[in-house]
Each structure stands twice: as C-alpha cells, then as structure tokens.
Ligand binder design. Sequence first.
Ligand SMILES: NC(=O)c1ccc[n+]([C@@H]2O[C@H](COP(=O)([O-])OP(=O)(O)OC[C@H]3O[C@@H](n4cnc5c(N)ncnc54)[C@H](OP(=O)(O)O)[C@@H]3O)[C@@H](O)[C@H]2O)c1
Length: 273
Amino acid sequence: MSWALITGGSKGLGYSIAEALGGRGYDILLLARNKEDLVSAKHRLESNWSIQVETFSIDLSLPGSAEEIGSWCRTQAFEIKILCNVAGLGGAKDFLSLPLSDLIRMVSVNFESPMSLTLSLIPILQKNAPSFILNVGSLAGFAPIPAKNIYSATKSALLFFSYSLRCQLKEKNISVSCLCPGPIFTKPAVEKETRKKLGWLGSQMAVEPARVGEMAVRNTLKRKMLIIPGRLSTLISFVLRVMPARLLARIFSESIRGDEKKRESQRKQTDQT
Ligand SMILES: NC(=O)c1ccc[n+]([C@@H]2O[C@H](COP(=O)([O-])OP(=O)(O)OC[C@H]3O[C@@H](n4cnc5c(N)ncnc54)[C@H](OP(=O)(O)O)[C@@H]3O)[C@@H](O)[C@H]2O)c1
C-alpha cells in the first residue's frame, strides 16, 4: 500500500489534493486541527474511492509537531510515498496589523512546519522511493507585497527551500515540487478579499479548487518543479520574476494606498448624502 500524507487535508485545497490522490488509488493520511472536519473528510474520501484514510489531529504551529507526526508514521509503519505540505495561513491582515503571536504562528505553519516535517519524513520517503514532496506556496511568493508582508515572505522562503531541496534529494530519488497558485476560491473570505483587492483581474485569475488539486497531483507525479495553475497566473508569475523586487514592492504599496484613498473618498461621499 502506498500512502500520501497531506497537512491541511480536511478542507480547501488540501481536500482537493486528497481527492486527486484518492482517484489514483493512494491511501491517505489527513492532518489538521479540527477532528470533526477530519472525520467528515475521511468519510467523503472513503465513500468516493476504495482507499483507506487515517486522520491525525494536530496543531502544526506547535513546536515538536513534526516529530510527533514522524513518530506516529513510524509506529504505524505507513509506507509514505507522497508528502503534501498544504496547510498555510494568510488573510487580509499581516505585518503591522496583527499581534506578534499571530505573525509567529503564520511563520510556523507556512514555513517552519513544512521544513521540519520534510526532515522528519525523509527516511520514510527514501525507503519508499521513487517518492514525492509537494509544497504549497503561492503566487505571492514571487513578489514582496507590503500588505501581505509575512505571507509573501514565508511563501517565497518555501519556494526557495523547494528549489534547493529538489537538488539535495535528487540522489535519493525523491522529487520536490512547489505549487504556486493565484487565487483559489476555497472559502467566501478568499473570494471577498480577492474581488476587493484585485477586482475583475482576480476573478479571471481564480481557478477552481478541484482543478488546482488535480493539476498539482498530475504535475507532482510528472516530477515538475514549479506548478502554476491558470494561463493568466502563469503569465503574471513570469512578469513578477523578471521585475526588480524594489520596484514591485513600490508598485504594490502605491496600488494599496490608491485603493485606500478611493474607499475613503467613497465613504465621505456616502456620509454627505
Ligand atoms: N485559497 C487561495 O486563494 C490560495 C492561494 C494561494 C496559495 N494558497 C495556499 O494553499 C494552502 C491551502 O489554502 P486553503 O485556501 O485551502 O486553506 P483553508 O481552506 O483555510 O484550509 C486550511 C487547511 O489547513 C488546516 N490548518 C490550518 N492551520 C493549521 C494548523 N495550525 N495546524 C494544522 N492544520 C492547520 C485547516 O484545518 P484546521 O483549521 O482544522 O486546522 C485546513 O485543513 C495554503 O498554504 C495557502 O497559503 C491558497
């Protein structure tokens, strides 16, 4: 039996990745905090595919979580062939508007956890080689975005980690991929924020969670390093990669200031009428 471990597999993109792996006959280990969501995801997957699904409730932001997961996998002798680091935190608020504890949690879940879990599971992946690691970054990882300072910084770190790790693990026959999607409407809050910040462009860039999950799994198994769903996001990622970081930060910063001014003047107009 070949197992795939998915952090953040109970909901959103992680669940879509689980569906795509389930359809290919992989047994699945789902990890997240909320036990009811995990059990509901397990039931849905087991009724859709003839596979085995096991769940593990854990907070990935806590120190020692990766070692705990590694020890569970070794004790249960799960033959893991695919590690999917999907869990991640973002949102409308970031540096200068969130308390330090929330920012540290974002760094832990978005970067520290994939890094530690990868280290903890390399021996199992090596034993089951050829094997695969899929890290979920973001299009935001290609640019310094002041309004999403820590989010874009952690996703950028995950992308660079993936590039280097791919070379380091080549000899062990473990392939590393990094998915860098634009908007995916996994929940109403993401859709609202995308439409507010990116307007028409955001809705054109958005790709269905199921399509992203399918594309991520197909390309991970094809050993592709960089996976960017959607033509528009692919084009934007190219532009972001060739532009100087200093200029990008200024452009994002000015566009946000412009949006804030527009909203302020609309608010004043409404107050006057
Ligand atoms: N949605 C987008 O537009 C978008 C775009 C680009 C990149 N991404 C990336 O894609 C990934 C998934 O995003 P999503 O929109 O699918 O997120 P989501 O719907 O909020 O799902 C997040 C998953 O991670 C789990 N999780 C969150 N914090 C956790 C923690 N501390 N410990 C353990 N599990 C935790 C959640 O379960 P519990 O809450 O039960 O723990 C849930 O299963 C993230 O890395 C995100 O940065 C998303």
